[in-house]
Write a protein that binds this ligand. Structure first.
Ligand code: KIV
Length: 274
């Protein structure tokens, strides 16, 4: 085979290559995925990071919040995603109550996610209160992504999904929390639903990348939930969401056509049988 026709082997993104993207001024793309087939499409499309978000509890299981999903269920989703990828860094959410109780418990949960699911890093929500747990996990050799701003696991404490850190005091706390997460060893931090001015300050203060969702254009990268950006979910339309497809309509039409063809006997035709 000639050198021209042989395609270069694709290497796997690492936490190091992700941090280097910030240094080089290259924006970082992140999308969620929860199963093998979707992960394979996302990976082959060239996305830098796949997040196995605990939003699986919403979009895969139909729960109202992310709270009910368990560590075993997140491990199942994550191992399926890992099998579908060659290039993307796979980051898995640690679910509610799998890291908040004790630092040792947090390390156990992160360890299971790496050993049993094959994740390349874990993500957990919160600032200064979880920094000691993050340090313990990172000290064991497990990369951690932080998550600040609107942290859905605390929805019952917030009482609302509205924009966070709009008041100076909360913005200052968040900026300080971000610094603490970097100090604890995070390789990146998600900023969810905060004013772009606050996200810009955090991004400027940190050497590690910020990945925004509803946090403006100054973040080092962006993340969206794949069901939302593909238009699979018609009921969710926050301002920050750009829909890149209308798969709800596409799928409904395809399924209706199949239903009609079965009912009328138009499927299968002579070429579609043995
Ligand atoms: O669970 C999730 O999908 C997330 C993203 C919204 C960042 O945490």
């Amino acid at each position: 085979m000639s050198a021209q026709t042989k395609s270069a082997p694709k290497t796997r993104n690492t936490t190091r290559t992700i941090v280097e993207m910030k240094d080089a001024g290259e924006k970082i793309s992140m999308l969620t995925a929860y199963d093998f087939s979707m992960a394979r499409i996302v990976d082959q499309a060239g996305i830098d990071i796949i997040l196995v978000g605990d939003s699986a509890g919403n979009v895969m299981a139909g729960h109202e919040t992310t709270l009910p999903i368990t560590l075993d269920q997140m491990i199942y989703h994550t191992e399926s995603v890992v099998r579908g990828t060659e290039h993307a860094l796979v980051v898995a959410d640690l679910p509610f109550m799998s890291y908040q109780v004790t630092e040792t418990g947090a390390l156990d949960s992160a360890g299971r996610m790496m050993k049993e699911a094959g994740a390349h890093a874990v993500k957990l929500e919160g600032g200064r209160t979880v920094a000691p747990a993050i340090k313990k996990i990172v000290d064991a050799g497990i990369p951690v992504m932080g998550h600040l701003g609107l942290t859905p696991q605390s929805i019952y404490k917030f009482g609302t999904y509205k924009v966070r850190a709009t008041e100076d005091i909360e913005a200052e706390t968040l900026i300080e929390d971000a610094r603490m997460l970097e100090e604890a060893g995070c390789f990146a931090v998600v900023l969810e639903k905060i004013p772009s001015s606050v996200a810009a300050k955090v991004t400027g203060n940190l050497a590690i990348p910020t990945i925004g969702i509803g946090a403006g254009d100054q973040c080092d990268g962006q993340v969206l939930v794949i069901h939302d950006m593909l238009g699979l979910n018609k009921d969710f339309s926050p301002r920050f969401l750009r829909r890149y497809a209308d798969l709800h309509t596409e799928m409904t039409n395809a399924i209706r056509n199949y239903h009609k063809d079965v009912k009328t006997g138009a499927f299968p035709n002579k070429d579609e049988q043995y």
